[in-house]
Design a protein around this ligand. Structure first.
Ligand SMILES: Cc1cc2nc3c(=O)[nH]c(=O)nc-3n(C[C@H](O)[C@H](O)[C@H](O)COP(=O)(O)OP(=O)(O)OC[C@H]3O[C@@H](n4cnc5c(N)ncnc54)[C@H](O)[C@@H]3O)c2cc1C
Length: 465
């Protein structure tokens, strides 16, 4: 390499000379990968196999100092930057063409403290890293339902999961963050320091800086919980969805219940409810009784289960590398008209890997004040997600259309708000729908902490200064 072509923040061409690149290499404890390095191909890949982008450089940071050095370098050379936490965003925002990918996947440390019931989590940790480290002490905090999702992206956008009904979103359990700003400064944000920034990172996505450490509050959970899946035949889907709606609305905070329309390995379609009860097991059996009484299930796999095992139970459905597309709507209820429209549409499902899901919100999530954090959808009771997965790139259009149709069909029954972490490339209108009532306040935080829009490969809040 004598020179390395790259792209600037605004997408214009630039060229980096070899000595400049070597200087950055020398400043890192981690590695700097260039396109001809052995590890480049595997490192540029993200969870969604549809994303095929080639950064000019990948900085595999080994700590905060590496992140500062990389941000400083990118600023000096006006480079386009993407930030990779777990690499799970469906839009593939973690990677970019021609820019500098700041990869945190070496920074996966989690330190759980059973005395203070807190955990310090590095910016590249995955949910499985967090659960594993905290469950050693019978503790946990809200995390999503697939263990290879990144803590960072999930938390910065909100973060729902099996503990949310009882303990709020992942971002509601944040005590502080440590973050590298666009100027390369290390800042702490908490309820008492940089308060506006702390408000913004709890729902405003990765717009304000690179979070290198998240500090979470932990709660006693498990290690055994009562959980698993109960399935009903598709012919009962309408009645079962109505039952799910009523049952989940009446559920105590200790119970989380998500629902799915899916295809079984034998090709039959089915309706499934995935539950987790984190209170006393004997009491949980009573809470779950109605599920077992509602018609004969196709399968009932609910039982005492280690929490970490339950958290990993969805992993196999979403392996990295397939082509994926999904969209989402927040909903406050599930009407009979919505059920009818949805079940009819599901009959046209394009592949056995395509699903629709209702992820439960409500409970503690709704009791937190609408303006307390930047997450602006406290009224939501469900997140509706039609999702498709496939392997043949030639089939993409069919899958994208099916997801979009499902989303359009449910639009009349939705709040108009969407989950920032489920945005694909939908443009400005959907970004505004994701930040909802907080958009203008988020712009003010962006103006203060990232006025040049250095961090732009995200659900972008555009600065106005
Ligand atoms: C299979 C699957 C299951 C999911 N389940 C859930 C769920 O149960 N609950 C839920 O709430 N969401 C869920 N999600 C959505 C998930 O929250 C988002 O995909 C989220 O973006 C994942 O974060 P990440 O760090 O892996 O993503 P990345 O693609 O690495 O990053 C996403 C965005 O965050 C930015 N970012 C990443 N790391 C940092 C950092 N350290 N500092 C600042 N910005 C950063 C990136 O630049 C990018 O803009 C799921 C997604 C998938 C694919």
């Amino acid at each position: 390499m004598s020179t390395l072509p790259a792209l600037t923040t605004t997408g214009g061409p630039t060229v980096l000379g070899e000595p400049v690149v070597r200087q950055l290499q020398a400043r890192l404890r981690g590695e700097l990968l260039l396109p001809d390095d052995d590890r480049y191909e595997e490192t540029r890949k993200v969870w969604n196999g549809m994303i095929d982008k080639r950064p000019a450089l990948i900085a595999r940071c080994a700590g905060v100092a590496d992140v500062v050095a990389t941000v400083t370098f990118a600023r000096e050379h006006d480079l386009l930057v993407s930030v990779r936490g777990g690499g799970h965003s469906v839009a593939g925002k973690a990677v970019c063409n021609g820019g500098l990918m700041i990869d945190l996947s070496r920074m996966r440390g989690v330190e759980a403290d059973p005395v203070t019931r807190t955990a310090r989590v590095e910016g590249g940790a995955l949910l499985g890293d967090l659960d594993r480290a905290t469950q050693v002490f019978g503790l946990a905090t809200t995390a999503g339902v697939v263990t290879h999702t990144g803590v960072a992206g999930l938390t910065l956008g909100g973060g729902v999961g099996r503990l949310a009904h009882k303990y709020g979103l992942a971002c509601d359990n944040l005590l502080s963050v440590e973050l590298v700003t666009a100027e390369g400064r290390v800042l702490r944000a908490s309820p008492t320091v940089n308060i506006d920034l702390f408000w913004g990172v709890r729902g405003g996505g990765g717009n304000f800086g690179i979070v290198t450490t998240f500090e979470f509050r932990l709660h006693p959970v498990g290690p055994q919980v009562l959980g698993g899946i109960v399935m009903y035949p598709i012919v009962k889907a309408r009645a079962a969805l109505k039952f799910y709606y009523e049952y989940s609305q009446a559920a105590p905070d200790e119970l989380s219940a998500d629902a799915f329309l899916l295809t079984l390995p034998n090709g039959d379609q089915a309706f499934a409810i995935d539950v987790c009860y984190i209170g006393p097991l004997a009491h949980g059996e009573r809470v779950l009784q109605p599920l077992r009484q509602f018609g004969p299930p196709l399968a009932d796999q609910i039982g005492p289960t280690p929490y970490t095992q339950l958290q990993a139970s969805g992993d196999a459905f979403f392996p990295p590398g397939l082509h994926y597309y999904y969209k989402s709507h927040f909903m406050t209820g599930i009407s009979e008209e919505a059920i009818e429209a949805l079940v009819s549409h599901f009959a046209t499902v394009p592949s056995p890997r395509s699903v629709v899901a209702f992820q439960q919100y409500g409970g503690a999530v709704s009791r937190i004040g609408q303006t307390d954090t930047a997450f602006g959808h406290r009224e939501a009771q469900y997140n509706f997600i039609p999702a498709s997965a496939w392997t043949d790139p030639a089939a993409s259009e069919r899958h994208l259309s099916w997801v979009r149709e499902a989303w359009d069909i449910m639009r009349p029954f939705a709040t108009g708000g969407v989950y920032v972490n489920n945005l694909a490339e939908e443009g400005e209108e959907q970004v505004r729908a994701a930040y909802g009532p907080h958009y203008e306040r988020l712009v003010a935080v962006k103006n203060k902490y990232d006025p040049t829009n250095f961090f732009r490969l995200n659900a972008n809040i555009k600065p106005t200064v």
